[in-house]
Design a protein around this ligand. Structure first.
Ligand code: SF4
Length: 244
């Protein structure tokens, strides 16, 4: 999918979210918050639900927690408009209460479609509710800073999931803030590893397609010389990578 198609598909989803009445949160929200960011990005950040400022502006992570998220991104040389930022629930729960399971379930198809459209390499979960969609049954105190391969049922076809605390928790607890800076510093390396895995998968898929299209030709060229993998370009240091 080219960038313009991705952008258009994301805008269709956002339009549906803004008019959605699938769960009770539609009755109390001011504005739904579909999410925003670069449609060509490789990294998606997923929080829990909009807060008071987000509900007012219709944009994700614009309050104090959003300020810390921007600082965390800046710690690794990234800017918020280079990634995509959204939540598992697109409307504010009254009084900033936790989202209910039926509200999360009602909203899930929007997130699945966003992930299917963006096809990110890395999904960063912010907080335990977001983590629970991708790493069910684990505790965030143990899982933060770790990765799993995304279940394709989440919408992310071939992504690495990286768990972090929610920035709001980091604002409340200095120890969590310190750990959040340590965790975010690992994301560039996770992205590089995932890029390499996806590139290897793509090469394998191309070889399989070529074999199916012309088995005789593929067999004829499968000499030791052609079977030797080409030398990979020297890896760039992570801190010199152009990440997007
Ligand atoms: S939270 Fe999700 S499912 Fe519920 S009304 Fe908002 S957009 Fe619809």
């Amino acid at each position: 999918m080219i960038d313009a198609e991705r952008r258009a598909a994301l805008e269709v989803i956002a339009g549906e979210v803004r008019g959605c009445t699938r769960c009770r949160l539609a009755e109390t929200r001011t504005r739904a918050v579909p999410g925003e960011g670069d449609p060509a990005t490789e990294v998606v950040f997923i929080g829990e639900a909009p807060g008071m400022n987000e509900d007012r502006e219709g944009r994700p992570f614009v309050g104090r927690a959003g300020g810390l998220l921007v600082d965390l991104l800046g710690h690794i040389g990234w800017q918020r408009d280079e990634v995509f930022i959204t939540n598992i629930v697109k409307c504010r729960p009254p009084g900033n209460r936790d989202p209910e399971p039926d509200e999360i379930a009602a909203c899930a198809p929007y997130l699945e479609r966003q992930l299917a459209t963006l096809d990110p390499s890395v999904v960063v979960t912010l907080g335990r509710y977001s983590m629970g969609r991708f790493m069910p049954g684990v505790r965030i105190s143990q899982a933060h800073g770790t990765t799993v391969h995304a279940d394709s049922a989440t919408g992310a076809a071939d992504a690495t999931v990286f768990a972090m605390y929610h920035p709001a928790a980091a604002l409340r607890t200095p120890a969590i803030e310190r750990e959040s800076y340590e965790d975010v510093a690992r994301i560039p390396a996770v992205l590089v590893d995932t890029r390499e895995r996806r590139a290897a998968n793509a090469r394998t898929a191309r070889r399989l397609t070529a074999t199916e299209a012309d088995p005789a030709a593929t067999a004829a060229t499968a000499t030791p010389a052609t079977a030797t993998p080409a030398a990979e370009p020297a890896a760039q240091p992570v801190d010199q990578l152009s990440l997007f």
